[in-house]
Design a protein around this ligand. Structure first.
Ligand SMILES: [Fe+2]
Length: 350
């Protein structure tokens, strides 16, 4: 008999409280950009302390640390792709309809987890007591870490300058859940760049709390987190549930830190399902027109075929042959850095 695995119970393990505020795309000058009007939520309570404890116990399993640990040029410790096989509670928590309904409501669009592989990607940053103390006492501490919400944690030396530049995420939406006690932590905010170059900062979530961010369409970065010995976040990525909403997911930042035998099938499966759904829909539409005695819509069909061709080309481009993927090396992200940052406006940092 296997050891008892706690079963995810939404009544007991969800502890949802509405975020105090949500920043909309139009608030930051991105009207009609992306797949939803929502840019980012303020931190909100999502899971109970007990749920966080169980999630943490699942990432401490030997089979997880042994087989799912990744490091790259921009992130020295991540756990990826472990949930489906080794973390039944975590997997159930993120795939439960009530959890998905909460995230969807906050995101302003029906979402579904991007794929099994991207459920609860973990960013690990563990420091010694001395390092954490030094950070708390020294305002200008060096060699601290910067964290990006989808899992980038980099060491560097220049204090205030972010090490990983401004970027967009690979997937439409992310939900970033804090699994650490943040009592002594400062920083770790999400900074967003508005359409006219202003910087807005949203405070990071505390233990059991999360933020939802439309990261694919918003140029953002995370500020350094200082002063605590550990910072562990779980990042779950989401995509639109409907096959008729655009899906501009890419694999750029994840391909080099993934088991491609797991990541690629997740990606291809839903992309092909989208195509299947759209083809069926188009076929029925065409047949119905014919039955109704309407003229064949050549222009409409050509537009559909072109859109489908673009979709397939995009899918094909993201599937880089395994022997051409440099494990652990993430190419510089395509968004240019801001050379001179305008004054920052801080929100949600009470
Ligand atoms: Fe990000």
């Amino acid at each position: 008999m296997k050891q008892d695995t706690p079963i995810f119970d939404p009544e007991r393990h969800l502890a949802f409280e509405e975020p105090s505020e949500t920043i909309m795309m139009e608030d930051i000058g991105y009207e009609n950009v992306g797949i939803s009007p929502v840019a980012v939520t303020y931190p909100f309570q999502l899971f109970s302390p007990e749920a966080v404890k169980i999630m943490r116990s699942e990432i401490e399993k030997p089979e997880v640390t042994a087989n799912h640990h990744y490091a790259s040029n921009i992130a020295n410790a991540q756990l990826r792709g472990y949930a489906r096989k080794h973390a039944a509670f975590t997997f159930a928590a993120w795939t439960h309809p009530m959890t998905i309904a909460i995230i969807s409501k906050l995101a302003g669009i029906d979402l579904t987890p991007w794929g099994d592989y991207e459920i609860a990607h973990i960013n690990l940053s563990i420091k010694t007591e001395e390092q954490a103390k030094a950070e708390r006492t020294a305002v200008h501490s060096r060699n601290t870490s910067v964290h990006l919400d989808e899992g980038i944690d980099v060491s560097g030396s220049e204090d205030e300058k972010p090490i990983v530049g401004w970027h967009t995420d690979s997937y439409p939406f992310v939900c970033v859940l804090m699994l650490s006690d943040c009592t002594n932590m400062t920083g770790g905010e999400t900074a967003l760049r508005t359409a006219d170059g202003e910087i807005i900062k949203v405070r990071g979530p505390t233990e059991g709390c999360a933020v939802v961010l439309q990261g694919r369409y918003i140029t953002h970065q995370a500020t350094r987190a200082r002063g605590s010995m550990e910072r562990i976040t779980a990042v779950t990525s989401f995509r639109p549930r409907s096959g008729f909403v655009k899906d501009e997911s890419v694999l750029l930042t994840v391909r080099p830190v993934s088991d491609l035998g797991e990541l690629y099938p997740d990606y291809v499966e839903y992309r092909l399902k989208i195509m299947e759904e759209r083809f069926r829909h188009e076929l029925r539409k065409m047949q119905a027109r014919r039955v109704a005695g309407e003229r064949f819509d050549t222009r409409g069909l050509k537009a559909f075929l072109q859109e489908s061709a673009d979709f397939l080309t995009h899918t094909d481009r993201e599937l880089v042959m395994e022997d051409q993927v440099q494990t652990g090396f993430i190419e510089p992200i395509d968004v240019p850095d801001v050379v001179v940052e305008p004054p920052t406006k801080r929100v949600g940092t009470e």
